[in-house]
Design a protein around this ligand. Structure first.
Ligand code: CA
Length: 234
């Protein structure tokens, strides 16, 4: 972050006072500016009036579902939307991600994890993914040149494997849902074939992971999708 630029503006859409206080205390201490909404309607209104740099979005809101908030904000804003979900909200979490949210955290979550996810969101929003080189451990993926290296050696991926990996790399460190991956790789009509993905992930892991049984780079988000870890710059 450049020193003269104002600190990022975070919009919190959350009806639980205790959770809001937790977020407010921690984020203020880390220099973020805040906007707070306790309802979906207020969240959408604030987002429109004061375009935020990041949105933290609870799903269980008193007036409308958080999924609707994600969809509405995504109609005009590219700000990263980070869903704060409770355990057992798998289906809603996936729906929110498919509606345009970027990532999620399951309550209760640690503050360091939240800060890391906010940084990932801001970084992606700032630079955009095109032509990037994504590094993750020994893996180097050059999206501009369509070249994949592991430990300095070029590896061969099938076209499907490459598209899966490139899709995950464009969203590095953020979760990509099964539906999003299937749409990107196989097209809009193939969103139910999640078993394909499992097979290709196994192949990909054999090629890029040091220990494919305990993957460190290509992580499974159970019931939701996959996430490619990149090396977060300091
Ligand atoms: Ca709630």
């Amino acid at each position: 972050m450049a020193e003269q630029s104002p600190s990022p503006l975070v919009l919190i859409v959350e009806d639980d006072d205790q959770m809001r206080r937790y977020l407010r205390t921690g984020l203020t201490a880390h220099g973020y500016r805040l906007l707070e909404a306790g309802t979906a309607a207020e969240g959408i209104r604030l987002a429109t009036e004061y375009p935020p740099d990041v949105v933290l979005l609870d799903l269980g809101l008193p007036d409308r579902d958080g999924i609707e908030v994600a969809r509405r904000i995504r109609e005009w804003s590219t700000a990263p939307i980070l869903v704060l979900s409770a355990r057992g909200q798998e289906a809603q979490k996936v729906a929110a991600l498919d509606a345009g949210a970027d990532d999620y955290l399951v309550k209760p979550f640690g503050f360091d994890e939240l800060l890391a996810r906010i940084r990932v969101g801001l970084r992606h929003a700032a630079k955009g993914p095109e032509g990037d080189v994504v590094r993750s451990g020994a893996l180097v993926l050059d999206l501009g040149r369509r070249r994949v290296e592991v430990a300095g050696k070029e590896i061969h991926l099938t076209p499907i494997e490459y598209r899966i990996l490139a899709t995950l790399a464009k969203h590095a460190d953020r979760v990509v849902t099964h539906r999003q991956l299937l749409q990107e790789v196989w097209g809009p009509r193939s969103t139910e074939q999640t078993h394909y993905l499992r097979v290709f992930m196994t192949h990909l892991r054999r090629k890029i992971e040091r220990d494919p049984v305990r993957p460190r780079l290509l992580q499974t988000e159970p019931g939701v999708g996959y996430r490619l870890r990149s090396d977060e710059p300091a």
